[in-house]
Design a protein around this ligand. Structure first.
Ligand code: NI
Length: 229
């Protein structure tokens, strides 16, 4: 019996090690290793499949994303994760000068929130900029209001933003363009569903649609509201 347990432990170690190596090799340009690993693990354990009752990609057991942050909101007020305690967030890291992906994703998040109907009031759509140099509170205020009246835009010092991004394993880097005065930011593009305790409950790939995100969010809200059995 003990030999069987040892064998199974060895197999699991090989599987996880193999997945890590696979994530290392197959990660997309700009995808951090942590994200790649989470993504491959989710695939391995079926987190992305229809079999996952809750929808979205579930984090593997033991992996924690999210947590404390210290930032500045679009009114210039200092905020932390405590300002969002008890609320759910649909969170995205991006920047207002983004030419394509960010506007699409923020539109998707806004549509997902609206698709929640009465549950929408429990969910705050949030953009955390990864370009604090240009994304001042005023710049963010104007930008997020284009997508959803309740969308929050958070910025901060370079260090504050880097710390928040690290907790969500967000990759970002400045890309200078010789032919243009304005730089671009290369960045990962997951949408995070964050629970009332500030921890990530599910993440969504950039191609996830509003209905997918809304369905997964609704499922998580219902599960959290159900009495413990
Ligand atoms: Ni972008």
């Amino acid at each position: 019996m003990l030999r069987l347990v040892r064998l199974l432990a060895l197999l699991l170690a090989l599987l996880l090690g193999g997945t890590w190596a696979y994530a290392w090799v197959t990660r997309a340009p700009g995808e951090s290793l942590g994200e790649a690993f989470a993504g491959r693990l989710a695939l391995l354990f079926g987190g992305q499949q229809a079999g996952s009752a809750l929808g979205g990609m579930q984090l593997p057991q033991g992996m924690v994303l999210g947590g404390p942050f210290s930032l500045v909101d679009q009114t210039g007020k200092a905020v932390t994760e405590q300002n969002f305690a008890g609320q759910w967030m649909l969170l995205y890291f991006g920047y207002t000068y983004c030419p394509d992906v960010c506007p699409t994703e923020l539109g998707t998040i806004a549509a997902a929130v609206d698709a929640l109907g009465p549950l929408a009031e429990k969910v705050v759509p949030v953009l955390i900029t990864i370009d604090p140099q240009r994304d001042t509170p005023a710049q963010l205020a104007e930008y997020v209001s284009r997508f959803h009246p309740r969308m929050q835009g958070l910025t901060g010092s370079q260090e504050q933003v880097a710390d928040a991004a690290r907790r969500y394993r967000v990759y970002y880097a400045r890309v200078n363009r010789a032919e243009a005065a304005e730089y671009l930011m290369d960045h990962s593009s997951f949408v995070y569903l964050v629970g009332p305790d500030g921890r990530v409950r599910a993440l969504f790939r950039p191609e996830a649609g509003p209905d997918d995100i809304a369905a997964a969010t609704r499922a998580q809200l219902m599960r959290a509201a159900a009495p413990a059995s």
